[in-house]
Design a protein around this ligand. Structure first.
Ligand code: NAD
Length: 460
């Protein structure tokens, strides 16, 4: 029998990818001190490499993360290991992170020339960066942070969420192998075999770590901001979506169902509650049902509450679970294709005020657009993260944008358009509202340095 060599190779790669992760090697270290020391040595070696080398290294990360087998593996394993999210949507997120995260081209040099000579301002490496990554986008964040941080000349020590441990270790090893194959210094991207709060604390405190980037909830953002080091905090959101009476209601309904069900509502940018003007609220709900939502009755909503909340807060075991599973848990047969649950709720209902990260949205009815915008601002809790509005009135869109002051403001589209998936602009999975970098990219992981040549090289 003749064996197709490409089929054989693909099968071997798939089997190898599924073998248990080797606990150390290829960027994975037994303890934090060894990991940071290796990253520091790699960063010193990296200083000797050219910008063309950096471009090749970034290209190698993109290539390995875009390998179709690896995309499949990361998407399936992320759902299996964390128990959250949707495989198909994870695939899209991982692909966007590898393709659309800015690289070396983001580091644009500024120049001043005149009678006194030539001065340049360049983006230069911080050194070793400590990056803390979430369960909700485990691999996407490692991909996008690795590309941006290496593009800016740094080495990076990852501190992944323990629930995404095996997959994060596997990913760091894949990146190291890909970098070694194109001649990069070993250990530009490292982690520890047993990620834990203790290891993260040790990483933050390590003197060789010059910058900390935390992508996660309010606790870890607060911790890194108190570290005394340069820190970027990419924290929680509770994105409201406002729909006014001028909106294209059918389009708005489809966008809300698409955005709020994306990866089962895990993205920090996903629509988390709806504020609808009374005149169109019924039509909006009707249209959402047409596009794959299920409207909960008051009794069903109370039953869902008892399942997905624990002490009034989102129950961890229900974060990122599909809408159909939630319906089954309250004894309702899920209609075919159901993606999102929606129910009318008061403005202080837990489905409205909390970042559930589940495909369950409260809809608050308000008399007019001004009341809608004011309530949306309140529900965003000053996170300055993300907001969405559906309206064809430019003044209403402008008023909301000015008042809500979020880092991402999506108009007339699903929330994921705001991170480059189906919308213009680059991609990132580290959105820094609290510290103001916004949608982070290579230049945010760099220091600004001035080089002054006195008296010469002004050729005008
Ligand atoms: P999380 O805060 O539980 O964990 C995030 C990371 O911080 C993990 O690696 C975790 O191990 C670590 N961590 C948490 N508390 C710590 C502590 N006290 N000491 C040391 N390490 C600690 O968040 P999660 O559940 O993994 O992710 C979801 C949260 O992250 C949501 O609030 C979401 O909005 C937010 N998020 C924000 C962004 C953004 O770009 N702004 C992106 C993704 C997720």
């Amino acid at each position: 029998m003749k064996v197709d060599p490409s089929l054989l190779e693909a099968t071997i790669r798939r089997v190898l990818a599924q073998l248990p992760v080797e606990r150390t090697g290829d960027g994975v270290f037994a303890d934090m001190d060894s990991a940071v020391a290796a990253a520091a040595a790699a960063e010193r070696e990296y200083l000797t490499r050219s910008m063309a080398d950096r471009r090749r290294y970034v290209a190698a990360i993109r290539e390995v993360m875009l390998d179709p087998d690896n995309l499949d593996y990361m998407s399936v394993q992320a759902v299996q290991q964390t128990g959250m999210g949707d495989v198909g949507h994870k695939y899209l997120k991982n692909k966007a992170a590898a393709e659309l995260t800015p690289g070396v081209e983001d580091l644009v040099t500024e120049a001043y020339s005149g009678d006194d000579g030539l001065t340049t301002v360049e983006y230069s490496a911080f050194g070793v960066i400590g990056a803390i990554t979430p369960t909700t986008n485990p691999t996407e964040t490692i991909t996008c942070n690795s590309i941006g941080m290496l593009a800016a000349g740094n080495a990076v020590v990852f501190s992944p969420h323990p629930r995404a441990r095996d997959l994060s270790l596997w990913q760091v090893q894949q990146i190291n192998r890909a970098l070694r194959a194109v001649g990069a210094p070993d250990n530009l991207v490292v982690t520890v075999a047993e990620p834990s709060i203790e290891n993260t604390t040790a990483m933050i405190a390590h003197p060789a770590v010059r910058m900390i980037v935390a992508t996660g909830g309010p606790g870890i953002v607060k911790t890194v901001l108190a570290s005394g080091k340069k820190a970027i905090g990419a924290g929680a959101g509770n994105p409201p979506v406002v729909v006014d009476e001028t909106a294209d209601i059918d389009h708005a309904a489809k966008c809300i169902v698409d955005g709020a069900s994306f990866d089962n509502n895990l993205p920090c940018t996903a629509e988390k509650e709806i504020v609808a003007v009374d005149a169109i609220a019924d039509l909006l709900k009707f249209s959402m049902v047409k596009h794959g939502a299920y409207e909960l009755s008051a009794d069903e909503s109370s039953r869902v509450e008892r399942v997905i909340l624990a002490d009034g807060r989102p129950a961890l075991e229900w974060v990122g679970k599909p809408a159909a599973a939630i319906l089954e848990a309250i004894g309702v047969e899920p209609p075919a294709g159901v993606r999102l649950l929606v129910c009318e709720a008061d403005r202080d209902h837990p489905f409205v005020v909390h970042e559930l990260m589940m495909p369950v949205l409260g809809l608050v009815r308000v008399p007019d657009v001004d009341a809608a915008i004011d309530l949306a601002c309140e529900l965003e809790h000053g996170n300055r993260h993300t907001a969405i509005m559906h309206s064809r009135d430019v003044s209403n869109l402008t008023r909301m944008g000015k008042l809500i002051q979020t880092t991402v403001f999506v108009k007339n589209g699903p929330s994921f358009n705001g991170i480059g998936i189906g919308g213009e602009g680059y991609c990132t999975f580290t959105i820094a509202g609290p510290t103001g970098e916004g949608l982070t990219r290579a230049r945010n992981f760099a220091r600004s340095r001035r080089c002054v040549l006195v008296g010469d090289l002004n050729v005008r």
